[in-house]
Ligand binder design. Sequence first.
Ligand code: AMP
Ligand code: MN
Ligand code: MN
Ligand code: MN
Length: 274
Amino acid sequence: MRIDFHMHTQISDGVCSPSQLLALIRSAGLAYWAITDHDCTEASQALRDQEGAIAACELTAWDEDDEVHIVALGIDCEHTGLQDFLADIRAARRQRLRQLCRWLTDVHSLAVPEDAGERPGSRVASRSHLAGYLADQGLVSSRTEAFTRWLEDRHLRALPAAAYPSVQEVTTAIHAAGGLAILAHPGRYESLAVVTRILQRGAFDGLESRHQRCSPSWRQDLDRLISQGGLLASCGSDFHFPGHRQVGDPHLSGPAVQPLLSALQDCPGTWLRA
Ligand code: AMP
Ligand code: MN
Ligand code: MN
Ligand code: MN
């Protein structure tokens, strides 16, 4: 049985429409899956009646110098408090991206318009959109180069902190909407000490123990955190567009995924029933 609890559509920073993504989900043969667009739930809601769907979202938080991504699984997308909370994060994103465009213009002399982090059809301002703009303008040879040169978290430490909510506020909002709070792609942080610090900041139910950029040694460390902390193991491809990552890869299967599936049975935003 394959699951993928981390994928994006064009409504945040992916390229597929919800129905195009559904076709990829079906050809990958996923039993259960979740669309986790950044800070918006429209795609997840559009496919809510499809077999195997889990209502979800990837929320943006801030901790010290780090942007932290937290996947919410099984949420009630109609929860007013959650939707208000997401609207505030989207406003903070817009402000952050404008600040970033001004910084590229003033400090790096790139003449980037303030709305270069926006894209028609997307609900969120994003560094992905800004990277696309810089590549389209020929200012970099690829979106990856835009991140490597200017947009990665390590470069942005020169800017004031973003106005994203704290990790604690995000996990509280997820729980209020009936969902599970899962730390996204922990293998992307610079050390296990940072992951441990972030886990202590909020009330996490689990973490993604399998992710594209997760080395074998990270996997061992994350498996240990899961067993020691009584956490749920989740996984997802973080799929954004075809040719980059594959839907359903990497994945957990068998006994490793059962605790998460059991916990999801009690959540409002899931069609998963025993
Ligand atoms: P944002 O959501 O505005 O914080 O931008 C982060 C998004 O950019 C991630 O969700 C990824 O989709 C994309 N991205 C691509 N390469 C990188 C990178 N090197 N570091 C961070 N984000 C990246
Ligand atoms: Mn993304
Ligand atoms: Mn993420
Ligand atoms: Mn993601």
